[in-house]
Every structure is written in structure tokens, then in C-alpha cells.
Ligand binder design. Structure first.
Ligand code: PGA
Length: 256
């Protein structure tokens, strides 16, 4: 299992191009002292901000991601963005299956599978987000849901994909301003389920996939999730959107 620490943020639809450029410049300056061999930072801006963010970032230190991608290289798909467009901007990561894509915009398992396959074929790292809703948790179906989401997204992929796949477990009910926090013990059980599914799918290569936790991560609870044995990093929303505060959190976690 990787010993590298992964810390990153999805900026959702909160920062303009100018805001993002300032954020990347500041975060780069504030975290330039940290060892990129031990710490992988990443930032996932909105589409219009990717070009400048990608140009400003030292990609060895801060990888740049896209929040979504269509699977086709080109076509009559108004409002969509293709792998070729992202590749031209030196995007490193494509985030797929975030709960807002699944539950607000109705992305299906089949769409996520097509996107995952295409993103890997086009050389990106895929950050695949999985997680159960409150209702699924209450019905005791969380592990079944996670297994289903993984099986659907990774269907047909070879074990060689393990070195370009990251998985974020984000319980849907723990995301955002009204979310509750997940107990680390609860999250730990879900991470064991996810790792187990990867091992069944890809054998030992399944150990290589970094697993990240997300959903109301903040300076107070971050450490408790990182202490879980299967967790390699954190995928953070609100608590990472101020570069100074995020840098403080990064330093406190990287220097543990
Ligand atoms: P949050 O967002 O940290 O603000 O809850 C997490 C996410 O949506 O990935």
C-alpha cells in the first residue's frame, strides 16, 4: 500500500478563473517547502479556470483535475467537455461520480463507467467518488451500494489501471454545509469494504489504489480519518477553499 499522503480539494462552482489563479499561486507559495515525494496535493477547479490553474501549478507538487468529462473525444454534445480538451490543458486528474453529479445531475452508473474507461484510456488519473445516501445508510445497504458503484465503474478494466485510479469514499449524507460528520469507526468499516472489493477485482494490484475520505473534513477531524489503516488521504471541500487555512491543515497533517 502506498505511504504517500494525498490531500486535495474540489472547488465545485465557487471560484472564478481569477479567484482560482490567486488560490493556486498562494497555495503553491505556502506549500513549496513540502516534499512532493511524500505528499501529493491536488486542486480541481471549474472548467473555465483549468487553463490558468494548470499553467500556474508545478504539477509535481499540485496536480490539477477536472470535475467531470464526457467520454467521447468530440461530438454533438452541447455543454460537455472532452478528454482531448482536458489533455491539451495538461490536466492530471478527472474526478468522476461525485455525489452532486450522481444525485443533482442524474449521472447513471453506465455514464460513470463510460467516463472512467475513457479517462483512463486518455492517460488521466481517475478520482472516482463513491458513497451511500442517508436513506441507503438507514436501510443498512451502504456496503452493497459501495460494491455496486465500484463494480459498475470498474467493469471491464484491467488490473494495470490500479496505478491511475484513486477512490474517494464520501458518504453523501456527510457532504456539505448540512452534512453530519461520519464517525471514523463507521468510515473504517466502509474503507475495508472498498479495499476488499478492489482486492477481489484486481488481486494484489488492488492494494495500490489510494483511498481518500471526504465529507465535512476539517482541521478538527482530519487526523481521525487519516489514522484509519486503509486511508491514504483526504478529499476536502469547504475547509480547503481558503489557501492559508488549507496550507495550515496540510502542514499539520504532513508533519505528523
Ligand atoms: P465538504 O465537501 O468537505 O465541503 O463537505 C466534500 C465534497 O463534496 O467532496
Amino acid at each position: 500500500m502506498t505511504s504517500k499522503l494525498y490531500l486535495g480539494t474540489n472547488l465545485k462552482m465557487y471560484k472564478t478563473n481569477r479567484d482560482t489563479a490567486e488560490y493556486i499561486s498562494l497555495l503553491s507559495a505556502l506549500t513549496g517547502d513540502l516534499d512532493p515525494d511524500r505528499l501529493q496535493l491536488f486542486v480541481i477547479p471549474s472548467f473555465p479556470a483549468i487553463a490558468d490553474a494548470s499553467r500556474l501549478a508545478d504539477h509535481r507538487r499540485i496536480q490539477i483535475g477536472a470535475q467531470n468529462m464526457h467520454w467521447a473525444e468530440a461530438g454533438p454534445f452541447t455543454g460537455e467537455v472532452s478528454p482531448l480538451m482536458l489533455r491539451e490543458l495538461s490536466v492530471d486528474i478527472v474526478e468522476l461520480g461525485h455525489s452532486e453529479r450522481r444525485h443533482v445531475f442524474g449521472e447513471t452508473e453506465e455514464m460513470i463507467r463510460l467516463k472512467t474507461d475513457s479517462a483512463l484510456r486518455h492517460g488521466f488519473t481517475v478520482l472516482l467518488c463513491v458513497g451511500e445516501t442517508a436513506g441507503e445508510k438507514e436501510a443498512g445497504r451502504m456496503d452493497e451500494v459501495l460494491r455496486g458503484q465500484l463494480a459498475a465503474a470498474l467493469d471491464g478494466l484491467s488490473p494495470e489501471c490500479a496505478d491511475r485510479l484513486w477512490i474517494a469514499y464520501e458518504p453523501v449524507w456527510a457532504i456539505g454545509a448540512h452534512g453530519q460528520q461520519a464517525e471514523p469507526g463507521y468510515a473504517g468499516c466502509r474503507f475495508r469494504e472498498i479495499r476488499g472489493a478492489l482486492l477481489r477485482l484486481w488481486g494484489r494490484r488492488g492494494e495500490e489504489v489510494p483511498l481518500l475520505f471526504g465529507g465535512s473534513v476539517n482541521a478538527e477531524n482530519a487526523e481521525s480519518y487519516l489514522q484509519l489503516s486503509e486511508v491514504n488521504g483526504l478529499f476536502i471541500g469547504r475547509s480547503a477553499w481558503d489557501a492559508f487555512r488549507f496550507s495550515e491543515l496540510i502542514h499539520s497533517l504532513a508533519e505528523r
